[in-house]
Design a protein around this ligand. Sequence first.
Ligand code: UTP
Length: 459
Amino acid sequence: MDTGLEQVQQLLIKYKQEHVLDFLKRLDPIEKDKLIQQILSIDFVQLSSALNKVKHQKVVDIESIEPMEYQRLDQFTKEQRDMYAEEGWRLLRNGEVGVIVVAGGQGSRLGHEGPKGTLDIDLPSGKSLFQLQAERLLNLSNRAAQSIPWYIMTSPENHDATIQFFQSHNYFGYPKTDCIFFQQKTMPAIDQQGKLLFSSPSQINFVPSGNGECFSSLYHSGALEDMKRRGITWLFYYNVDNAIIKAADPLFVGFSASFDNTISTKAIKKVDPEEKVGVLCLKNGRPFVLEYNEIPDALLQQRNSQGELLLGLANISIHMFRYDFIEKYARHKVPYHVALKKIKYSDTNGTIITPDEPNAYKLESFIFDYFPFAEKTTVLLAEREEEFAPVKNKEGADSPLTARNQILNLHKKWLADSGVDLAKLGLQDRFIEISPLLSYGGEGINEGIDKIIKQQGMK
Ligand code: UTP
């Protein structure tokens, strides 16, 4: 027997995965070799410790949790706003700011064919999420006279389709060399008995293992080295499905750099105690995100003396990481969270079984699992309407429709704030979309009004 197979057999026996031998037995030599390589790539130690966690789910100790300090954007004076924005612009001009979008998720709730970033949320312009983001970044790059490197994390499932989409849209005008695509890690899906699942008889069902893979995947792909070579000192992080994201927001960049904690984060107020969002807090004195289902009941409704929710800082996945922090923790493994999901699988004959009920565990790490490694986090509380329009579901809340309406309402507000008289222009009943190339955050509306009006109705 060859040594690869022997090694694999030992591994499978050690980690109680003998059922894999039934798959191996039936394969021709080429396929068998492929499967062996897949098995050897699995970190069984991490896998077992994640499964152990399922058996020993710990309840969060209330005593360990405290609210986190934050600053409110709406209470900044004009001088403060200008000062932080100017610092942000200085870093952008210096080429010290990179941006990372995590776009490796499966988007299973949305059910869109293709990578989530390719989604058209039905704006009048027909722009995809990726195009909106590219144009916002281009706006800043043009004004800073310095192109912002854009790191795009994909997964093996959507990597090629993502690149093809960028290519077929000519990178939305973004410099091709500043779009750095890299793939994230995956982990096998496992059934409730802890057995590896297959997607075909020769293929283990590897699924993207969470946005927390981004530091290690930046490192392993060479993208981290690229950041170093370019002299990036801060990385702006966001989710691909936030349709309204102010990527590389100069004010937030400058704010983060001014306080110089290794992580800073933008938060919004949780609307009601039951809202399904994670909250920023301190756990044992360290920065932490409590997921909505982990918040102890006793804390969920609790309010402070101002009547605000004690744990009311909703995490919206907008962060700034200092480069040295990423470099320090890129090789540091954080334990996986385990979630029970409906996952299709193959038997040894290649028959695909589609479960009706959740049947298998998906292992994921989250970017905020790295938060406790930071001594302190700088938090900026901002306005939901301007910062957060998630596209998670096909319909209802957090859907393409809610995100589209939020963008159009914001643009309407920009017009009103700039004193544009829509009635006089005969446009009072219309939604007006403003290209990110013309305005990043509501500036320059009056100067650009002719162009804005000309662009309406263009698809
Ligand atoms: P979500 O947790 O909302 O997951 O991701 P999702 O895959 O987009 O959607 P569902 O849960 O399957 O419906 C939040 C962000 O993290 C990214 C997503 O692309 C999204 O930007 N992500 C998620 C990754 O980059 N990799 C992952 O493995 C998971």
